[in-house]
Design a protein around this ligand. Structure first.
Ligand SMILES: Cc1cc2nc3c(=O)[nH]c(=O)nc-3n(C[C@H](O)[C@H](O)[C@H](O)COP(=O)(O)OP(=O)(O)OC[C@H]3O[C@@H](n4cnc5c(N)ncnc54)[C@H](O)[C@@H]3O)c2cc1C
Length: 461
């Protein structure tokens, strides 16, 4: 029997434990520092609805999250967004985004022109892409540099940076293209058009079955966490909460000893599914280079303010899922999700619920404000954008410090080197989580499964 300890009970750690739970040759213990598992997944009652205050959807064009929901019997609870329309705040007002953007790159230049989201010059610059000579990439470049070179500054600032930067709470001038936009990176490497790559990526069937791009669970994404914990417990996994692991050390017999405040836990294999700086601290004494790589991963902090208003207070229809805010617009908010329009199950008809975000890489202003000042500022900005005439009936502030790993160019190569050092120095210890393979829930689930296999070895092996 291989004793596997999973450190960290976010979605990556839960997925690792779930992946191993049914194996007869493995016993799994999961240690979560917090009072409940789930990590960034948090669902609360708010203004009479069940609202996600962390992630509110997952990409359904990747298989992992959808497959996990199916395995857990949650398929009937999955719902798609009620609308795919969205806006961007740029050049001083809300502008509707054209259909067919892939990572912010347009696939239909006619739709882009009709949307008037870009100025005539910005539009002309995008249309000139076929004439821009392809250039050999200098390794894994920042996404922003490549997009600006091929599509121009305006398309970058108005479309790609808000979308990809929004997903990562990042600055695309500092984000790895390979990590954050793989289809665009492949095209740029092959010196091909980004618009062409976006068109190919958008063809239904190419990237998995048709159907909605995103899904959520009608009872909130915490349903996924609850179902996972129920399944783990039934399979004999020990799920320990309030159990931060303070140290990891080789025990001398080829295994590991994990130190917790409540005592030591012995393991033959370990999955470290914590934020990168925690993993770095745990590994530093034994795999210093891997630890340094992990410790060097920068994180962006965000704040999410949920606001409820009577529907009658809105001066414009919320005909979409919300809006993103381009940089340089003098706004604190980075995005405003119209939760009650985006999701039919959050729309009681007589009120609107908004999720307003602030904070991203290079912008720590939200952290410097106390809750009252943050709500006042975001309330003012959102009130202007949506012509709101009444104060909110309910407000909730959720702070997510150091929540979004920032994948600097070269990230994938650094992670591969760190994993190789771990394999050599700490066999049976594997890494999982958003810092490694991507911020989205499917990527985190995939990293958990992979780490489970790397730690425990193949089934029966
Ligand atoms: C506001 C917000 C909105 C988002 N929206 C989306 C979205 O719509 N769709 C999407 O796909 N993704 C979204 N994301 C990203 C996604 O939620 C995260 O990338 C993902 O949940 C991270 O999972 P994880 O398991 O890697 O890390 P975490 O969820 O951070 O889990 C790590 C766990 O490790 C625990 N831990 C830390 N130290 C120790 C220790 N010493 N011992 C034991 N345990 C420890 C922590 O308590 C935590 O529970 C969003 C994130 C945020 C913050």
């Amino acid at each position: 029997m291989t004793r596997v300890v999973v450190i960290g009970g976010g979605i990556a750690g839960l997925a690792a434990a779930h992946h191993l739970a049914d194996r007869r040759d493995v016993h799994v213990t999961l240690c979560e520092a917090g009072s409940h598992p789930g990590g960034k997944i948090r669902t609360e009652d708010f203004a009479g609805v069940v609202l996600d205050l962390g992630p509110d959807a997952f990409l359904a064009r990747r298989p992992e999250a959808l497959q996990l929901c199916r395995e857990l019997g949650l398929e009937d609870e999955l719902v798609p967004p009620a609308t795919s329309a969205a806006y961007v705040w740029c050049r001083g007002r809300l502008r509707r985004l054209p259909e067919g953007l892939v990572l912010g790159v347009p696939t239909d230049l006619g739709a882009l022109a009709r949307s008037r989201v870009l100025s005539p010059l910005g539009l002309a610059r995008v249309a000139l892409e076929p004439l821009v000579p392809g250039r050999r990439l200098a390794g894994d470049e920042a996404l922003g540099a490549v997009v600006r070179r091929r599509l121009g500054d305006e398309a970058h600032r108005t479309l790609v940076d808000p979308l990809v930067g929004g997903i990562n709470a990042g600055d695309t001038d500092r984000l790895s293209m390979e990590m954050t936009a793989p289809p665009l990176a492949a095209a740029a490497r092959a010196r091909r058009s980004l618009v062409g790559a976006a068109r190919r990526a958008a063809v239904p069937g190419r990237r998995g079955p048709g159907g909605p791009a995103f899904l959520t669970l009608a009872g909130g994404l915490s349903r996924l966490v609850e179902a996972l914990v129920t399944r783990l417990t039934a399979a004999g996994v020990e799920v320990r909460t309030g159990a931060p692991v303070d140290a990891l050390e080789p025990s001398g017999d080829g295994g590991y000893r994990l130190r917790l405040a409540s005592g030591a836990v012995e393991a033959d294999a370990v999955v470290v599914a914590t934020p990168a700086w925690v993993a770095g601290r745990l590994l530093a004494p034994h795999a210093p280079e891997a630890a340094a790589t992990l410790a060097a991963v920068d994180y962006a902090s965000v704040a999410l303010v949920a606001l409820a208003f009577p529907a009658s207070a809105l001066g414009r229809p919320l005909d979409g899922s919300g809006f993103l805010v381009a940089r340089g617009e003098g706004r604190l908010m980075t995005a405003c999700s119209w939760a009650s329009s985006k999701w039919a199950h959050l729309d009681p008809g007589d009120q609107v619920v908004l999720r307003v975000s602030a904070g991203r890489a290079g912008d720590a202003r939200a952290q410097a404000l106390d809750d009252e000042a943050l709500v006042a500022r975001l309330g003012l900005e959102v009130g202007q954008a949506l012509a709101i005439t009444a104060p909110p009936s309910e407000v909730r502030v959720t702070r997510w410090p150091r929540a979004f790993p920032q994948y600097a160019p070269g990230h994938l190569a650094r992670v591969a080197t760190a994993e190789a050092e771990l394999t050599a120095r700490l066999p049976g210890v594997a890494l999982a989580g958003a810092a490694l393979a991507g911020v989205g829930l499917p990527a985190c689930i995939a990293s958990g499964r992979r780490a489970g296999d790397r730690a425990a070895g193949p089934l029966g092996g």
